[in-house]
Design a binder for this molecule. Structure first.
Ligand SMILES: Cc1cc2nc3c(=O)[nH]c(=O)nc-3n(C[C@H](O)[C@H](O)[C@H](O)COP(=O)(O)O)c2cc1C
Length: 182
């Protein structure tokens, strides 16, 4: 076993969609000794995030959020599997990032220091958007993950609309085969 552990964070509002299927295709090409885990950020839904930075302080994480924070901290690589929704990340992926603001403020987690050096990746389906329309979502994620010291692995982008359409984007499919090796 290597010490690389990939955590795939699903955030589409449908299961088995283009982003997920493309992510599963890319994951199939990871070396067998690389651990993979998959976490659906939509079910169960994450709790609302509360900004308590400047008033009451943040309490300990709930058991469910502690489990998610632990999965995150155990991973070497976080793969955001996130279709383009309104030129942005889907709400569950954004909400997950918002919760980092809490996790960063719990000293026992030592979150920021432990996130530094991990790698962030994006696998995203969109329906006919241009590079200029995709860039804000991708760059927003890149900046958020860089804020906690993560490195950027890259983005695997697929032009697909209805489920299964990912198989009609030959460029995305061929990139998937070596995406994580890059
Ligand atoms: C709420 C919503 C917003 C969307 N916004 C965009 C968008 O801004 N740009 C775009 O190209 N496609 C947009 N789409 C289309 C999806 O990105 C596309 O259907 C994609 O294949 C869905 O990925 P999935 O199968 O992984 O869920 C949107 C779809 C939904 C449901």
């Amino acid at each position: 076993m290597t010490d690389r552990r990939f955590l795939f964070l699903l955030s589409s509002a449908r299961s088995g969609g283009n982003s997920e299927m493309l992510a599963r295709e890319a994951a199939a090409f990871l070396p067998v000794d690389v651990a993979q885990s998959w976490c659906n950020l939509t079910a169960p839904a994450l709790p609302a995030f509360e900004d308590l930075r400047h008033g009451a302080s943040y309490g300990p994480l709930s058991p469910a959020m502690a489990e998610l924070a632990d999965l995150t901290l155990q991973a070497s690589d976080l793969v955001f599997v996130a279709p383009l929704y309104w030129y942005s990340l889907p709400a569950p992926a954004k909400l997950y990032l918002d919760h980092w603001s809490h996790w960063m403020r719990r000293p026992e987690l030592n979150f920021k220091a432990r996130m530094a050096g991990k790698r962030a990746w994006l696998i995203m389906a969109h329906a006919g958007s241009t590079e200029a329309e995709i860039a804000p979502a991708r760059e927003g994620l890149r900046l958020a993950t860089a804020y906690v010291g993560m490195m950027w692995g890259g983005a695997l982008i697929c032009d697909a609309n209805a489920p299964g359409d990912w198989q009609k984007d030959p460029q995305a499919q061929s990139t998937a085969k070596h995406f994580f090796a890059a």
